[in-house]
Design a protein around this ligand. Structure first.
Ligand code: MGD
Ligand code: MGD
Ligand code: SF4
Length: 747
């Protein structure tokens, strides 16, 4: 039996009470199952381990895996996954659009039609007239395979995925600072830190099990401090010792101001700076420490407090808390990434760790929280973006291309040397008729892209083949062909969560109807498109995984030691992990922990991603958002998440207990603004941006800063993305979902 919302809340209350008493807590075991199967939660980048209870071939309950990092805990979404599998909206047959309607078809018809359309376009207009758009929720094997199929098989680098809307700025931040993507720390740092610096992350609602761990750490040690930087008083901010309710889009200056305070208070680590750090400006010119300090002079708290929207005193406190704490852990998410200066925000957070030497030690790390269950493992690691190749290599470097060509057994210099189109450019090219065919896998762009109305016409024009599990996904309104995939525990494969942990989603049940594993769909489709079968010699996802392990083995990602057999036994392993007896790596770049650093290396740290072995402290100036509020559009609109719903709602809206608690989107409005506009709680208000207008029910209170409104984006009947802006970060190409200007009108 699955857990109801009411039982779950009771259980959570009991668990909280136990946590307060310091008693270890475990999820209650379900009973009456035939067997338990190990997997990873379908939803967020926390990557909680789950045990799936199966009876008579059906999943009847889901409980936490006590052996994974979540120690048996789950949030409501994870615990209520069973009903999603059996939703009546599951696509169980291939569909083809005929006379404007999606109608059942055979697999051969659907695959042949798709293959023919792609082939015709490639033959007539070249490989770059087609593309692939994937997801940080697809399995690692699926993304690796799709990327290889398009880049090596079809010779186009138009391979993108929703992590472009999500983690691209984190990728940009890590690669510009450390020379390599992915965090260096691990979740255990939460238990060891004495200062949490939570920036633009509503951890409580978006990574609930991690938040519980943060709250437990704070509860167990009164000396532990929590700083939250968010223009809203979220549930996360409620546990803060210091909540900096910044003006949305104006907090780059805060990060520089904290660095200023750290130096003024002599909380920097001169020895670490001397040995391991290199200062650079936006022109990539090198600078001395003195020049960096000169740059910081512009960010004295008193000078920038008004811009940021918090008091100078609070900035001094934040800098001191971070610097004085024996260990500081930064956790950030979309409030930093979904910005036109998302990469800079990422760099500036890492700066704080590099100038204080608070990195690579228990409790000290710049740790970007990943949103999706496999954004790290799937798309980032396997190279599922248009500029990437597997395991941290890039298209633009010939040496990297040649390495990958050798590993894939294709002729030297045969990979297309031109990076493909990033997500917004890909959809723009569809608008312009330059990309004619798109294959999507596990993503719903007709709901999730910014400035949606602009991109709908491209999706109408383009031939869209979608591998999609639920018939009510918005994107299917534009699909010409729909392939029904096995969902979650209906097939086997690997997810990689925020902390570089690879864990297995085991197959527990058979898929319904004619659903097929996506690995199988991709191989079949590629073969029909004429891709050389030697490139795709896989019968199942284990074969793909084994090739991917080999491909990683000559890079610092090396996880050759993470075999399928180990994954079946262990509840996840952190890469690098070069051999089968290696335990996995908690902290990268540290001698004695990171297997990429020889044991006799003379220094304790080695930032081997950069040629000089040093990490870069970047001099990034304050920049406002692309579309700040002005006299005509005086409010800032920000969008984000609520605890119970997942993204475009196609899964969570299948769970009655969840759907009842959040039936539709609403707008949060500050009470001062509401009083001025004569709006009361529950009134309808219209939000008008330069791109569209929409009516929402108002929730009046003091959650948002005055001048800011917040709308969650899960509701398919109120597509807030018709109003958001598609301005992108020039480095990461990630859109600025978090800030655009709007008007608010009572209706
Ligand atoms: P968001 O609500 O998008 O969630 O996780 P989060 O990033 O934590 O945004 C976080 C916060 O950014 C908001 O509270 C917002 O007020 C703040 N913010 C807005 N503008 C600014 C600014 O200018 N500066 C600062 N400092 N903060 C700002 C996202 C993560 O969640 C992701 S990426 C995914 S893919 C997953 N999705 C998801 C979900 O859909 N639902 C739930 N329940 N959990 C999820 N977990 C993951
Ligand atoms: P999802 O709802 O996760 O959103 O955007 P999307 O990826 O478009 O889409 C997953 C799709 O895959 C759903 O249609 C689901 O039904 C389907 N699906 C589920 N399981 C399976 C499966 O096993 N196989 C297959 N083939 N399909 C499956 C996410 C994107 O949205 C992200 S990651 C971010 S961070 C952005 N955040 C954001 C924001 O903060 N604000 C606004 N306004 N927009 C945003 N859009 C972005
Ligand atoms: Fe799933 Fe995230 Fe909840 Fe864990 S915290 S159960 S991974 S949604």
């Amino acid at each position: 039996m699955s857990l109801s919302r009411r039982d779950f809340i009771k259980q959570v209350a009991a668990l909280s009470a136990l946590t307060a008493l310091g008693i270890p807590t475990k999820a209650k075991a379900g009973d009456g199952v035939d067997f338990w199967s190990k997997a990873v939660c379908r939803y967020c980048g926390t990557g909680c381990g789950v045990m799936v209870g199966v009876k008579d071939g059906k999943v009847i309950t889901v409980k936490g895996d006590p052996n994974n990092h979540n120690k048996g805990l789950l949030c409501l979404k994870g615990a209520l996954l069973a009903p999603v599998i059996y939703a009546k909206e599951r696509v169980t047959k291939p569909l083809i659009r005929r006379n404007g309607k999606l109608e059942p078809a055979s697999w051969d018809e659907a695959l042949d039609l798709t293959a023919r359309k792609f082939r015709e376009s490639i033959d007539k207009f070249g490989p770059d007239s087609v593309g692939y758009y994937g997801s940080g929720q697809a399995l690692t094997e699926e993304t690796y395979l799709a990327s290889k199929m398009f880049k090596a098989g079809l010779k186009t680098n138009n391979v993108e995925g929703n992590p472009r809307l999500c983690m691209a700025s984190a990728v940009g931040g890590y690669t510009t600072t450390f020379g390599k993507d992915e965090p260096c720390g691990c979740f255990e740092d939460i238990d060891a830190t004495s200062c949490f610096f939570i920036f633009g992350s509503n951890t409580s609602e978006c990574h609930p099990v991690l938040f519980r761990r943060i709250a437990a750490r704070k509860q167990n040690d009164p000396k532990v401090k929590v700083i939250v930087v968010d223009p809203r008083t979220t549930n996360t901010a409620r546990i803060a010792d210091l909540h900096l309710r910044v003006k949305a889009g104006n907090d780059l200056a805060l990060l520089n101001a904290m660095a200023y305070v750290i130096f003024k208070e002599e909380l920097d680590d001169p020895r670490f700076i001397r040995k391991y750090v290199h200062f650079k400006d936006n022109g990539k010119n090198s600078h001395s420490l003195e020049e960096y300090l000169q740059f910081l002079e512009e960010y004295a708290p008193e000078k920038v407090a008004d811009t940021i929207g918090v008091s100078a005193e609070d900035i001094w406190t934040a800098g001191r808390m971070f610097g004085e704490s024996p260990a500081s852990l930064s956790l950030w998410c979309m409030g930093a990434n979904q910005r036109t200066r998302g990469v800079w925000a990422n760099n500036l957070i890492s700066n704080l760790h590099l100038i204080t030497g608070k990195i690579g030690k228990p409790g000290s790390s710049p740790f970007s929280l990943t949103g999706q269950p496999n954004a790290c493992g799937g798309v980032r690691d396997t190279g599922g973006l248009s500029h990437l190749l597997p395991a941290g290599r890039v298209i633009a470097k010939r040496e990297h291309r040649n390495q990958v060509e050798k590993q894939w057994g294709i002729p030297k210099d045969s990979l297309n040397p031109k990076p493909g189109l990033h997500t917004m450019a890909l959809f723009e090219a569809m608008n312009k008729g330059k990309v004619n065919c798109l294959l999507t896998l596990c993503t719903n762009p007709a709901h999730s892209l910014p400035n949606l109305l602009k991109y709908n016409s491209g999706m109408k024009k383009c031939f869209m083949a979608c591998i999609e599990a639920f018939s009510d996904a918005k994107t299917l309104e534009f699909a010409d062909v729909v392939f029904p995939p096995s969902f979650w525990v209906e097939r086997e494969g690997v997810f990689g969560c925020s902390e570089r942990r690879y864990a297995l989603v085991g197959k527990a049940i058979d898929a319904p109807g004619e659903c097929r594993d996506s690995v199988n769909i991709l191989v079949d489709l590629a073969t029909r498109m004429g891709v050389d079968p030697k490139l795709l010699p896989y019968k199942d996802s284990t074969d793909v995984w084994n090739e991917w392990r080999e491909v990683s083995s000559i890079t610092p990602y090396n996880f050759k030691g993470i075999t399928r057999e180990r994954l079946r036994k262990e509840s996840g392993i952190l890469w690098p992990c070069p051999t089968e007896d290696h335990p996995g790596t908690k902290r990268r770049y540290v001698r004695g922990e990171d297997p990429n650093i020889p044991k006799d290396y003379p220094n304790k740290y080695w930032f081997y991603g950069n040629p000089d072995g040093r990490a870069i402290v970047w001099m990034r100036p304050q920049k406002p958002p692309a579309e700040p509020a002005d006299a005509e559009y005086p409010f800032v609109l920000t969008t984000g998440r609520v605890i119970d719903h997942w993204h475009t709602g196609t899964m969570t809206n299948k769970v009655p207990e969840i759907n009842k608690s959040f039936p539709e989107a609403y707008v949060e409005l500050n009470d001062q603004d509401a009083a001025r506009l004569k709006v009361q709680n529950g009134d309808n208000v219209e939000l008008i941006s330069r791109r569209g207008a929409m009516v929402f029910q108002a929730r009046v209170g003091d959650v948002c800063n005055p001048g800011l409104v917040f709308v969650p984006w899960f509701d398919p009947d109120k597509l807030i993305n018709e109003l958001t802006i598609d301005a992108i970060d020039p480095g990461s190409k990630q859109p600025e979902f978090k800030i655009c200007a709007c008007k608010v009108r009572k209706v």
